[in-house]
Ligand binder design. Structure first.
Ligand code: AMP
Length: 415
């Protein structure tokens, strides 16, 4: 099957086309045949970047007014005789669409085929993720408008993997009525990524899913850690929204909630302004005053800039804190898995996080840590290390495509 995997942001449309099927999962023979990104959707100078595997990318700047136009632009490119995508000549060669949906609330504990009822339920969850779900929905509606019911559409939720968290992990210690009335609780995000790397680890070490006990660290522009016990998420650092937990590119992660009132009373801005600061101007950017990109911060730190050095220390300390917490919660862990942009690339961050954890049984092999290259699974701990440390590249799109196939074919899910 050719699956069109779609990830719509408020002003962006990101996609991959993945050739995959049930019999290809075990052998990992599924492959991406095209990918692309349209940015600045809604503007006259949208940036279009479309690439068939093995071909030169098509790049242009042109007016694209909404998500529907963006998808039609991709369709036009696909059907252009000059575009050579393996196995694809027109939209008729696309067999299913898989949508990334950020928030599935309490309703969605796994990926589902989208119909009118599911759409209404995703709409309801939009309230919980006003920055994300409405954008994801735009993509779904656009596909409905263009293709009708001809192509099955599947929703894959970032929150679903964490639906196994027990009450004591997902509830906030606020009056219970607010959970009961408004579903205020922790949901967790990056579920597709945590689930994917745990699945890769399971294959690597040849364990049944029920015996997977690991801590996964998704460290990218957004960051979260997940405690996976007996193959299930039992805790994760993001909460009701992606703001909670680790320090991220521009998000503060955990702070004392009373700071919001204090900032408001100081006249810093409205509640919305303050949350904008916490989401978009804090984290590594806020501490370093330089950038949200770890590469820039590492460079500045190496040049001796104090705030960049401080940002690195704060980032590593927060991750350490959660490793300790989750090891306590799980009575130890078999492995710690680094993934995403920072986790897969930053030798320094991996070193800073693992440093001084020898008494917890975590011994990083510095040489192996330096040898880890993006795109490859690698064990980077010493032979003597009680807890194994891995770098495992994430591939959320692949998991989205595989889930889409399973849902369309009514097959059991892979994790
Ligand atoms: P992601 O959200 O997974 O795409 O991760 C993006 C982030 O990864 C960037 O903002 C950088 O902070 C980080 N990153 C990418 N490459 C490197 C690298 N070579 N060293 C350190 N950080 C990196």
């Amino acid at each position: 099957m050719n699956v069109f995997v779609l990830n719509c942001g408020s002003s962006s449309v990101k996609f991959q086309i993945i050739n995959t099927d049930l019999d290809m999962f075990e052998t990992d023979s599924d492959r991406r045949v095209a990918k692309g990104l349209i940015e600045r959707v809604g503007k006259d100078d949208a940036i279009v970047n479309l690439e068939a595997e093995g071909q030169e990318p098509v790049k242009s700047v042109e007016p694209i007014h909404d998500h529907r136009e963006a998808i039609l632009r991709i369709k036009k490119w696909m059907e252009d005789p000059g575009t050579k995508i393996e196995g694809i000549h027109s939209w008729d060669d696309i067999h299913a669409i898989g949508h990334r949906v950020v928030h599935g609330g309490e309703k969605f504990t796994k990926s589902v085929k989208i119909d009118k009822e599911v759409l209404a339920q995703i709409e309801e969850c939009a309230d919980l993720a006003p920055l994300h779900n409405p954008a994801n929905l735009k993509g779904i509606y656009a596909c409905y408008e263009i293709f009708g019911d001809k192509i099955p559409q599947v929703a894959v939720f970032d929150t679903a993997f964490h639906s196994t968290m027990p009450e004591e992990a997902y509830l906030y210690a606020i009056p219970m009525e607010y959970y009961e009335k408004y579903r205020i609780r922790r949901y967790g995000f990056h579920g597709t990524s945590h689930r994917y790397v745990a699945y890769r680890y399971r294959k690597l070490v040849g364990k049944p899913r029920e015996e997977v006990n690991v801590i996964t660290l998704h460290l990218g522009n957004g960051c979260s850690a997940c405690a996976i016990k007996n193959g299930q998420s039992i805790n994760t650092t993001m909460g009701m929204t992606p703001l909670e937990g680790l320090i991220m590119g521009t998000r503060s992660g955990d702070i004392d909630a009373a700071i919001v009132e204090y900032m408001f009373n100081k006249g810093i801005g409205s509640v919305a302004d303050i949350f904008n600061i916490l989401n978009k101007k804090s984290g590594m950017l806020g501490i370093s005053g330089l950038s949200n990109d770890m590469r820039d911060i590492e460079k500045a730190a190496a040049e001796g800039q104090h705030r960049a050095q401080l940002a690195l220390k704060m980032f590593a300390l927060r991750v350490k804190k959660y490793i300790g917490a989750y090891m306590a919660e799980m009575n130890g862990t078999d492995a710690i898995i680094f993934t995403a942009g920072i986790g897969e690339n930053s030798v320094l961050i991996r070193k800073m996080i693992c440093e001084g954890l020898e008494n917890l049984g975590i011994e990083l092999d510095e040489k192996l840590n330096k040898q880890a290259v993006r795109g490859k699974c690698m064990k980077i701990s010493k032979e003597t290390s009680k807890v194994a440390v891995y770098v495992i590249p994430t591939n959320e799109e692949l998991l989205l495509a595989r889930d889409t196939v399973r849902v369309v074919k009514d097959a059991p899910r892979m994790w």
